[in-house]
Write a protein that binds this ligand. Structure first.
Ligand code: ACO
Length: 695
C-alpha cells in the first residue's frame, strides 16, 4: 500500500475550525464532505461544541476517541500554529487550508507547522490550499464547488484559485476526476510525492499538473521517468517570461532563463507541456477519454472541403501523418460518397452527407486496421442534427476502445447541441478544428515513451581537476584563469590544443616553437575579463620575432589600460583554422541543478539566443536530440557545398562536460566559447569556469 493511501482514502476525517455559519470555509468543507457521500467518520472540531449538519462537534481534537487519517485545518493562521501540536498528535495527514504563511512572509509560522507535524510523524499538505478531492472513497474535502464527477483525470494545482475554477470547469465539460489536489505552499508534501501516489492509483489515467516552480526538479524528473506506461502527465507551467536579471559570470548562465531550462528538462523526460489552460484542459480530456493510437495513420472525414483543408494544415503543423494509401482509402470510403466526393484524405463526404453517411463512413474507418486515428469534422448545414447526433454517439460508443476518434462541429446552434451531447457521453468534441488536431497530437505525444539512453564511464584525471580547483581556492578566487579551465577540460578528455603559460619573451618563443606557427597569444589575468578590448590578444603570429613583439605589446597595453591588473603571464596556443564556432556550457539551475547548454557561436548565440539545454549528466543518445533542436542545426549538416561537421565530436564534448559538472559540483558555471567544429574533430579555443569558494 502506498504511504499516501490514508490521505487519498481516509477512514476518518476531522475538520479543525468546522464552522456553525453557512458560507464560511470551515462550514463549506464539512458540507462538501457530507454531500460527496463520504462513508468514513467525520469529526467537526470547534471549541463551541454543538452540532454542524447533524454531526456532533468535538470541543478539542484530543477528545476524539480514535486516531484520524486526515485533519483539515480551517482556523486563522495564528490559531493554526497554536492547535498544530494537538492536531499532529491525532492525525496522520494534516491539510492546512489556512493562508497567511510563507506566501506573505510568515516563514516562522510555516516552519512551526511542519516541524511540529514532523515531531509526531504527521505530514502536511499546504498551507494555503483549498483541500483535496479523491474519487476512491469518494471525498470532497475542499471548499470549492460541491459537485464533482468521478472519472480518471487527476488535477494537481499549485494555485488554489485555479484549482477551484477547474473543478467548476470540469463539471461543465463533463470531465470526470479521480483526484484534485491543491499543493499550495508545498511546505512538506510536494508534487513529487503526490505524483508518486497518483501514478500507482488505479483510478487515475492522466494527471494535469499546474506549477509555477519546482524546488526538487531532479526528483520530479525521476518520478516522471518511472511512471507506468498506462499513466500520462500534462503540465502547465506558468512563467514563460524571462527570469529576472541574475548576477551570472558566464554566457551560459545568462542564457539559462529558468523557463528555458524547464522546457528542456520537460523535453528530456518526455513531458508534454501545455501553453495555455485551454489546451491543457482539451488535452487531458482527450487523453482521459481515448485509447492510445496503435499507429501513425490519421484519417480526416468531413462534409466540407474547407474544414478538411484547415484540419490537414493543422495536422502538418503538429507533425501528424495523414494516411495516404489510396487503395485502402478507395476501398474503405468510395461507396459511402457521391461521385463528386473524394476518398483521398481528407475524405470529403460532401455537403449533402448527413447522419447515414457519417455512420457508414465512421464504421468503415473504425473497422479498417490500417487507420489508427479519426478526425471527424462537420460543417453545420442547419438540418439533420438529431440524426447525425445519434449516428456519431452510437458508432463512437461501439468502437470507443478500438481507436481514438475526435469530433469537430462547426456552425450554429446545431453544432453546439451536438458538441454538448457528445461531451455528455464522454466523447471528445470541439468547436475548433485546431483544438481537435492539437488534442490528437497530445494523445500521440503522451503515449510516446522516451529513451534517453545510458551513461557510459569515461576516464577523468580527478587528481588534476582537484589540484586546479584547490589552487584557485587557496587564492580565494572563484573565476578560473583560461589556462586553468583548459587544464580541467583536458583532464576530462576534451580536445584542448596544446597551450603554455609564458612568463618571459624567452618562454614565449620556446613555447611557440614547440607548438608550431601560427600561434595566438593572450594575456592571463584574473583582473582582465575582456582581453581583446584592452589589447591583450594577438592572433596569427608567424615567427619568433612576432612572438617577441606581441609579448611586449600585450604587456604594455595591459599595464596601461588596466594598471592594477595582476598579470600572470601570457598564454600561447595554436592559431586554429576556420571551422564552425559553437558554444558548449554549463550552469547551475535553481530547480534542476547542473545543466548543460549547446548552441552555435557568434550571432546565433548573441542575437538569436539559439541554444538548447539538458539536465546533466546527459547520455549521448539524448545529446544528439539536444543538438538537433537548435534552429541553426542545418549549418552543422553542411549547406552551400560545405561538408557535414563532426557531430560526434560535439556530442562527446557535451557528454564530458556533463559528467564533469555532475562529478565536481563546485564548478558552478562553465563556458567553452568557442568550440570550433571541423569535418573531423572539435577543438576548444577558449574556456571559462566559475567555482564555488567558501566565504
Ligand atoms: N479549534 C477549532 N475551531 C476553532 C478554534 C480552535 N482552536 N478557534 C476558533 N475556531 C473556530 C471559530 O470559532 C470558527 O467557527 P464559528 O464560525 O462556528 O465561530 C471557525 O473555527 C473558523 O474560525 P474563524 O476565526 O471564524 O476564521 P475564518 O473562517 O474567518 O477564517 C480561514 C479561517 C478561512 C482559514 C482564513 O484564515 C483563511 O486562511 N482564509 C483563506 C483560505 C484560502 O484562501 N486558502 C487558500 C486556498 S486556495 C485559493 O487561493 C482560493
Amino acid at each position: 500500500m502506498h504511504y499516501l493511501e490514508p490521505l487519498f482514502n481516509p477512514k476518518s476525517v476531522a475538520i479543525v475550525g468546522a464552522s456553525h455559519h453557512e458560507g464560511k470555509i470551515g462550514h463549506t468543507v464539512v458540507k462538501n464532505i457530507v454531500e460527496s457521500g463520504y462513508k468514513g467518520k467525520i469529526y467537526p472540531v470547534n471549541p463551541k461544541g454543538g452540532e454542524i449538519l447533524g454531526l456532533k462537534v468535538y470541543k478539542n481534537i484530543l477528545e476524539i476517541e480514535e486516531d484520524i487519517d486526515v485533519a483539515i485545518i480551517t482556523v486563522p493562521a495564528n490559531v493554526a500554529v497554536n492547535v498544530i501540536d494537538d492536531v499532529a498528535k491525532k492525525a496522520k495527514f494534516i491539510i492546512v487550508i489556512t493562508s497567511g504563511f510563507s506566501e506573505v512572509g510568515n516563514i516562522e509560522g510555516e516552519k512551526k507547522l511542519v516541524e511540529t507535524a514532523k515531531k509526531h510523524g504527521s505530514r502536511i499538505l499546504g498551507p494555503n490550499v483549498f483541500g483535496i478531492y479523491s474519487a476512491k472513497p469518494p471525498i470532497n474535502a475542499t471548499f470549492g464547488p460541491s459537485k464533482i464527477e468521478k472519472g480518471n483525470i487527476a488535477v494537481v494545482s499549485q494555485s488554489g484559485a485555479l484549482g477551484i475554477a477547474m473543478i467548476g470547469r470540469a463539471s461543465e465539460e463533463n470531465m470526470g476526476l479521480s483526484a484534485m489536489v491543491s499543493i499550495g505552499n508545498k511546505a512538506d508534501l510536494t508534487e513529487v510525492e503526490i505524483l508518486s501516489y497518483l501514478f500507482q492509483d488505479e483510478y487515475t489515467r492522466v494527471v494535469f499538473l499546474y506549477i509555477e516552480g519546482l524546488e526538487n526538479g531532479r526528483e520530479f524528473l525521476d518520478i516522471i521517468r518511472k511512471r507506468p506506461p498506462n499513466k500520462s502527465i500534462i503540465v502547465l507551467k506558468a512563467g514563460r517570461s524571462k527570469a529576472g536579471a541574475r548576477a551570472v559570470a558566464s554566457h551560459t548562465g545568462s542564457l539559462a532563463g529558468s523557463d528555458a531550462v524547464f522546457d528542456a528538462a520537460f523535453r528530456q523526460v518526455g513531458i508534454l507541456r501545455a501553453d495555455s489552460l485551454e489546451d491543457g484542459l482539451n488535452w487531458v480530456t482527450t487523453v482521459a477519454l481515448s485509447p492510445a493510437p496503435k499507429g501513425k495513420n490519421v484519417v480526416i472525414i468531413t462534409n466540407g472541403g474547407g474544414l478538411g483543408v484547415i484540419a490537414a494544415d493543422a495536422c502538418e503543423k503538429y507533425g501528424l501523418h495523414l494516411f495516404d494509401d489510396m487503395e485502402v482509402l478507395k476501398k474503405t470510403f468510395q461507396d459511402v460518397m457521391p461521385e463528386f466526393g473524394s476518398y483521398k484524405n481528407p475524405v470529403d463526404l460532401t455537403g449533402q452527407a448527413g447522419g447515414k453517411e457519417y455512420r457508414e463512413a465512421l464504421e468503415r474507418a473504425f473497422k479498417e486496421d490500417s487507420i489508427h486515428a479519426i478526425l471527424a469534422l462537420y460543417c453545420d448545414r442547419g438540418d439533420s442534427i438529431e440524426e447525425l447526433k445519434e449516428a456519431l454517439i452510437e458508432v463512437h460508443k461501439k468502437y470507443r476502445n478500438v481507436k481514438p476518434a475526435l469530433y469537430t462541429l462547426f456552425g450554429g446552434e446545431g453544432a453546439t447541441s451536438i458538441i454538448q451531447a457528445l461531451k455528455r457521453e464522454g466523447i471528445p468534441a470541439f468547436s475548433d478544428v485546431e483544438d481537435a488536431v492539437s488534442s490528437l497530437y497530445a494523445l500521440y505525444k503522451v503515449n510516446e515513451r522516451k529513451d534517453e539512453g545510458e551513461l557510459e564511464e569515461i576516464e577523468m584525471d580527478e587528481e588534476k581537476i582537484k589540484e586546479v580547483i584547490e589552487n584557485a581556492r587557496k587564492e580565494r578566487r572563484n573565476k578560473l584563469l583560461s589556462h586553468e579551465a583548459k587544464e580541467i577540460l583536458k583532464a576530462v578528455g576534451i580536445d584542448v590544443p596544446e597551450f603554455y603559460l609564458a612568463k618571459s619573451i624567452d618562454d614565449a618563443i620556446e613555447a611557440a616553437n614547440k607548438i608550431g606557427y601560427p600561434v595566438v597569444m593572450k594575456v592571463v589575468s584574473e583582473d582582465i575579463i575582456h582581453k581583446t578590448d584592452v589589447g591583450g590578444v594577438v592572433l596569427n603570429i608567424e615567427d619568433e620575432k612576432e612572438v617577441a613583439e606581441a609579448f611586449e605589446a600585450i604587456m604594455e597595453n595591459c599595464k596601461r589600460n588596466v594598471p592594477h591588473a595582476n598579470i600572470r603571464g601570457i598564454e600561447i596556443s595554436k592559431m586554429l583554422p576556420k571551422g564552425i564556432e559553437t558554444i558548449v556550457g554549463s550552469t547551475t539551475d535553481a530547480s534542476f541543478g547542473k545543466v548543460v547548454m549547446f548552441g552555435l557561436g557568434g550571432i546565433y548565440v548573441e542575437v538569436m539566443k539559439d541554444v538548447t539545454f539538458r539536465v546533466a549528466p546527459v547520455p549521448k543518445k539524448e545529446i544528439r536530440r539536444m543538438i538537433r533542436e537548435i534552429e541553426s542545426y542545418p549549418l552543422l549538416m553542411g549547406v552551400r557545398g560545405e561538408k557535414r561537421k563532426d557531430i560526434d565530436a560535439i556530442v562527446d564534448t557535451i557528454y564530458r562536460v556533463g559528467l564533469l559538472v555532475d562529478k565536481f559540483k563546485e564548478i558552478v558555471e562553465l563556458d567553452i566559447n568557442p568550440l570550433i567544429v571541423y569535418e573531423k574533430g572539435a577543438k576548444v579555443v577558449d574556456a571559462r569556469m566559475v567555482i564555488k569558494v567558501e566565504k
